[in-house]
Design a protein around this ligand. Sequence first.
Ligand code: AR6
Length: 173
Amino acid sequence: MTAIDVIKGDISRIEVDAIVNAANEQLAGGGGVDGAIHRAGGPAIMEECRQIGGCPTGEAVMTTAGNLPAKKVIHTVGPIWRGGNQNEARLLASCYRQSMELAVKQNLYTIAFPNISTGVYGYPKEEAAGVAIKTVREFIKKKKGLEKVMFVCFDEENYRLYKKVIKEWKQTE
Ligand code: AR6
């Protein structure tokens, strides 16, 4: 069985097989969680990002984790929120799914996610938490291989939302 954990903190400090980065299509680095990961991980991550060249929204690619305690960084590109009718939910679910697929394929057993798209990209936090948790639940029901999935919430609002949604889900199981 795959464990699901919710914690509050900085994902760049988490010691798991793979941490997920909320990147942009150019893999060019930026602010938020992307900035924190590149700052803490050092230039080796950006060097590999440049070689890869980019990543379409909803997809995921993997690089070294440089100086981070994690083994690998999976870069995924969340959708920019444009009101909800531009395939945002499907693309966000795809980010979580493809990141987990990539981890399983590379024999990585523990993975930590930030709250993709809920910062600069403006995705409403409650809706995004619903999509994230539903996608992870569906994935681990069907596919074996992951030991642990962590949701690392940086802000208090996301942390509270995740705790609430997971509690509701456990009560209905
Ligand atoms: N650890 C975990 N979560 C964090 C951290 C951290 N160190 N720092 C921020 N967050 P954002 P997006 C949370 O804006 O919305 C970048 O510039 C934050 O509270 O990082 O997907 C990229 O280069 C929020 O809940 O990512 C892209 O251009 C969540 O991470 C663009 O922003 C996501 O916020 C991507 O936007």
